[in-house]
Design a protein around this ligand. Structure first.
Ligand code: SF4
Length: 308
């Protein structure tokens, strides 16, 4: 075992690590950790900075007073430390107080926190199960209800760091009741594994829970009908990252009309999750040349998450 002693953390590092720990525990559903109130954090931050500035001024004043003191004269009338009184050195310049680097969640730069409290995993699972039962009985989209074999709610880890968000069930998913199990699903599984996750570690869901006939895109009204369901799923899981697969899910989540080409390559905020938009695996099967760009998108997320 190494007995190397790590250097002590400075103030900024301590604040960063405490914020990251609080963020992680809150996402994992630990309820003893109070959720930070943004107003209180800002007030404390201002007081902390004001105190630091005052302390710097006090130090500077004390330093000036020290240097302004008359030289001590020895019994022979000679200033101590030399034959002649040396000019006092200028007071040392104090560095300006450093601003603590707060995490994006605390300063709200990456979007508002999700509403309500982060639930423990078991409670998330039971709420997801109750929502799945509600979805199974949903009749909001008459055409989809007539065509579906069953609804496809979504599956995976209720405390996932990463959620993969697709468009809608295809024929295989409609038969099995599970998301992304056909050829496109197999490619998605490979993409998830390339990120060093298993399907069980992430959560997979679609924008609409019923198969559109002929694999057409869901209509805006159908997406609007299903929106409360996917929004509630994401709110319960509150992942760090949401990977939107294709334009339908990206535009629905971000309320945008931009293409995947315009949305990809950057993070978008959705509450305090970071959203990336990339190509749908079905598109990648038809256009293998786009796989490189999709992998770059996933790597951007992995780098941000500190996983590569
Ligand atoms: S797509 Fe969604 S809103 Fe429409 S019927 Fe299916 S579950 Fe209900």
């Amino acid at each position: 075992m190494s007995d190397k002693i790590l250097p002590p953390l400075d103030r900024d590092q301590l604040i960063m690590q405490a914020a990251a720990l609080a963020n992680h525990l809150a996402r994992a559903g630990v309820q003893w950790m109070p959720r930070p109130n943004l107003d209180t954090v800002q007030t404390l931050k201002s007081r902390f900075e004001a105190a630091s500035a005052t302390s710097s001024v006090d130090n500077a004043a004390s330093s000036v007073a020290q240097n302004a003191r008359p030289p001590v004269v020895d019994s022979g009338g000679t200033p101590s430390g030399g034959a002649a009184a040396a000019p006092s050195p200028p007071p040392p310049t104090q560095p300006p107080p450093r601003r603590p680097a707060l995490s994006p969640m605390l300063v709200g730069e990456a979007g508002k926190p999700y509403p309500g409290v982060s639930l423990p995993v078991a409670q998330r699972e039971s709420e997801l199960a109750a929502l799945a039962s509600e979805v199974a009985a949903c009749q909001r989209c008459p055409q989809l209800v007539r065509c579906r074999t069953q609804t496809v709610f979504g599956e995976g880890n209720a405390a996932a760091r990463v959620v993969f968000f697709g468009e809608g069930p295809g024929a295989d998913e409609d038969r099995s009741g599970r998301p992304f199990v056909g050829k496109a699903g197999q490619l998605l599984t490979k993409m998830i594994q390339a990120c060093k996750f298993s399907r069980e570690e992430v959560y997979i869901l679609n924008t609409v829970k019923c198969r559109p006939p002929g694999n057409r895109n869901p209509e805006p009204e159908e997406i609007a009908n299903c929106r409360p369901y996917f929004e509630k799923q994401i709110e319960l899981i509150r992942p760090e990252y949401i990977v939107c697969l294709g334009a339908v899910s990206g535009q629905a989540l971000l309320d945008s009309k931009l293409s995947v080409g315009r949305l990809r390559g950057q993070f978008h905020p959705y509450f305090d999750s970071k959203v990336i938009v990339t190509y749908h695996p079905a598109y990648l099967l038809r256009n293998p040349a786009a796989k490189k760009a999709a992998w770059e998108d996933l790597q951007m997320m992995l780098r941000d998450a500190g996983l590569i």
